[in-house]
Design a protein around this ligand. Structure first.
Ligand SMILES: NC(=O)c1ccc[n+]([C@@H]2O[C@H](COP(=O)([O-])OP(=O)(O)OC[C@H]3O[C@@H](n4cnc5c(N)ncnc54)[C@H](OP(=O)(O)O)[C@@H]3O)[C@@H](O)[C@H]2O)c1
Length: 429
């Protein structure tokens, strides 16, 4: 019988420190909602000498995370250390010891999610992870619970705030990628080493978790096709605008009858699509389900307080379940589904080419498209001296066929350059 729930907090950085403040500031509210008081009993950090200026006595801190997990005075473990180890071992030990775990760790779940869900299932305790995708945006619970009765066909998300901020700057101010990145770093929206964000790795980890939960499938980060935004040019953004699109880094997870496709790449989104209006460092996730139709969740995908808000929601749930002696909603069995190779994924495409402005060029290019079964939806020509810039948007086509078309275009005599090739969503479903 629990007359209070005592939290063991692993990590006290951006998210952990915000959680300590929220638990302190919202103590009354939390007690009402959980039915018992929630208190932070122990906090494990790496550096005990850091001044953290938190409303917690110094003797609650330890630099021994394993001892915290095993401490009989800890009822629920919150993991906000990040990375794979020691987080994975600590979470497994907590679950095996019968303690519910709340984590925000996308990197870990995107690789070891299935093993951890099975461990939680076997131990009969909660493993909750709302904050791992979309920071403060409720997404995992809606997918697991509210939408459990529907068949989700596709989830399309802007799930990385850094890249959305950079692309917004490039769109609004015509900045180059390098300038917009430097600006994001100055404002603290991008890390000194921005690879995880601009290379699309962070979005790919989140896409794997989304696909696992939305489709009940075993999907890991390595299954996700990934392109970052480093090659997106100011020219692409301007052409997109002329054609009525904005460029966004999208994580797309889709399921047809027997395969799942998960891909992350810069994409042209029609200006009228709800995702086009998601600006700056905001995130949004657009869900299409058979019965529910279209849904969109929008908000702060990162930051200490928004992320801690999601962690705390999970904590209240875990605390209530502990008090009631039951386990909450499960992820269910993640089944092995075939992952569709990127070659077989169908999209519309935007192709930017520069060619000699002379008779017969267009016919030669049209032949290259036709020979590979890629049908042109629209073409725009802009004169640039003796040359011309031709921008094509295709109808839906297989990735492999578009790649073969690009290769063939490069061999057309009058084609000087095939520049950016971007996927396009929202015109043909
Ligand atoms: N920040 C966000 O906006 C955000 C959003 C969504 C999800 N997340 C996820 O939340 C998690 C935490 O992110 P964060 O930004 O809060 O990270 P952070 O600021 O780097 O904090 C990490 C904390 O873990 C502690 N730590 C690291 N290794 C440890 C070890 N071996 N033993 C004990 N403590 C250890 C650190 O201790 P010291 O303080 O002593 O260095 C620090 O307090 C990550 O999984 C991240 O992906 C973060």
């Amino acid at each position: 019988m629990h007359d209070q729930v005592r939290i063991g907090l692993l990590g006290c950085g951006n998210v952990g420190a915000a959680l300590v403040r929220l638990v302190h500031d919202h103590a009354d509210l939390l007690e009402l909602r959980a039915g018992v008081p929630i208190e932070i009993a122990r906090v494990a950090v790496r550096d005990l000498t850091k001044d953290r200026a938190l409303p917690l006595p110094a003797n609650r801190f330890t630099d021994d995370p394993a001892a915290l997990v095993g401490d009989p005075d800890v009822d629920v473990v919150v993991e906000v250390i990040g990375g794979v180890e020691p987080a994975r071992t600590l979470i497994v030990d907590a679950l095996m010891g019968g303690k519910p775990v709340v984590t925000a760790n996308k990197e870990l779940l995107a690789v070891h999610g299935r093993e951890l869900f099975e461990t939680a299932e076997g131990a009969g305790v909660d493993l909750l992870f709302e904050a791992s995708v979309g920071g403060g945006i409720p997404l995992m619970r809606p997918l697991r619970e509210s939408l459990a009765g529907d068949r989700i066909r596709r989830v399309t998300g802007i799930v990385n705030g850094t890249t959305n901020y950079i692309l917004t700057r490039m769109t609004d101010g015509g900045e180059t990628f390098a300038d917009a990145l430097a600006d994001a770093q100055t404002l603290g929206f991008a890390e000194a080493d921005p690879t995880a964000d601009v290379g699309g790795y962070d979005a790919a980890a989140k896409a794997a978790i989304i696909a696992s939960i939305a489709f009940g499938a075993r999907v890991v980060a390595g299954d996700v096709y990934r392109e970052g935004i480093t090659d997106v040019t100011a020219d692409d953004i301007a052409s997109a605008r002329d054609l009525g699109y904005v460029v966004k880094l999208l994580a797309v997870a889709e399921e047809d009858d027997d395969t799942v496709a998960v891909h992350v790449h810069p994409t042209m989104v029609p200006a009228r699509h709800p995702l086009a209006s998601v600006r700056d460092s905001f995130n949004a996730v657009f869900i299409e389900g058979d019965a529910v139709g279209e849904l969109m969740f929008y908000g702060r995908g990162a930051g200490g307080a928004p992320t801690a808000s999601a962690v705390l929601g999970d904590l209240v749930d875990a605390a209530k379940n502990l008090v009631d002696g039951r386990k909450g909603a499960t992820v269910g069995t993640l089944v092995a589904k075939q992952i569709r190779a990127i070659d077989d994924v169908q999209s519309q495409f935007y192709l930017h080419t520069e060619v000699a402005d002379r008779p017969g060029v267009l016919a030669a290019m049209a032949l290259a498209f036709g020979e590979h079964g890629v049908s042109i939806r629209s073409m725009q020509q802009q004169g640039i001296g003796d040359d011309a810039r031709l921008i094509f948007v295709t109808h839906k086509a297989r990735e492999a066929d578009v790649r073969a078309t690009v290769e063939a275009l490069r061999h057309v005599d009058a084609v000087h350059r095939v520049g950016s090739v971007l996927r396009v969503i929202g015109d043909e479903e």
